[in-house]
Design a protein around this ligand. Sequence first.
Ligand SMILES: NC(=O)C1=CN([C@@H]2O[C@H](COP(=O)(O)OP(=O)(O)OC[C@H]3O[C@@H](n4cnc5c(N)ncnc54)[C@H](O)[C@@H]3O)[C@@H](O)[C@H]2O)C=CC1
Ligand SMILES: O=C(O)C1=N[C@H](C(=O)O)C[C@H](O)C1
Length: 244
Amino acid sequence: MNIVLLGYGKMGKAIEPIALERGHQIAARIDATNRTELETLDADSVDVVIEFSSPESAVENIKTCLERGWPVVCGTTGWLSHRTEIEQLCADKKGAFFYASNYSIGVNLFFRLNKTLAKFMRNYPSYHASMTEIHHTEKKDAPSGTAITLAEGLLENLPNLNGWVEQPTDKQAQITSTDAVAIESLREGTVPGTHIVRFDSDVDRIEIAHIAHSRQGFAVGAVVAAEWVQGRTGVFSMDDLLDA
Ligand SMILES: NC(=O)C1=CN([C@@H]2O[C@H](COP(=O)(O)OP(=O)(O)OC[C@H]3O[C@@H](n4cnc5c(N)ncnc54)[C@H](O)[C@@H]3O)[C@@H](O)[C@H]2O)C=CC1
Ligand SMILES: O=C(O)C1=N[C@H](C(=O)O)C[C@H](O)C1
């Protein structure tokens, strides 16, 4: 496949060697400094665009690619208030749009474990769910997209919860409400991505965690998604890929 890397930062650079090892070519590397090159690419020379840029730029980037008829595999987080608009554009253009808040297979297994644990805890209201996510200090959005997906997995399966809230960093202002999932976001060094889901009662804690050791898992998953989306039209997620 001829792949455009749209966003050539930490993720674009992690994806490149994996795409090459798997026999693909990089048609263009686009970042904030050469973004206008995207419009000049020959539409037929591109098989798929892998988009990992920034919360502020993702929506315009996705729109440009769908307008040009290119399948898009997007990993950028923090733009999902525009999701309906993008999905409508994808349908109007009969295009392909693949989105995952986290492309790692391990995290996608963890999403399923999280839902199973939530179902299991449904009959134990004395336990209260909360989360911590830890990422590198360059991360722009909070909570992480992965933490929001995990919170959605809890909300789907625990009817006594009515939403999620950001845990204030000021420890004096601890969340006391038991009907919302508090998400604590910590930014430390170069941490690639850690997510912890816990259920606390007065007497104990049940905790599950996913700890990424590097960006390799995210990058491999994005290339596999780019391969999988070839020849398909519609809006897709990792569940579509894993269950195919
Ligand atoms: N879904 C997943 O599995 C993962 C998602 N992410 C998300 O991917 C995004 C990117 O992450 P990183 O690569 O770590 O960020 P980064 O800050 O290292 O790189 C961002 C890149 O986007 C470029 N960029 C900015 N504006 C642009 C524009 N208008 N057009 C094209 N490129 C533009 C920057 O120049 C830079 O090359 C973030 O939203 C992050 O949360 C990160 C890791 C895994
Ligand atoms: O910005 C990152 O680095 C990551 N972002 C994604 C997120 O917001 O969940 C995925 C991963 O945790 C790394």
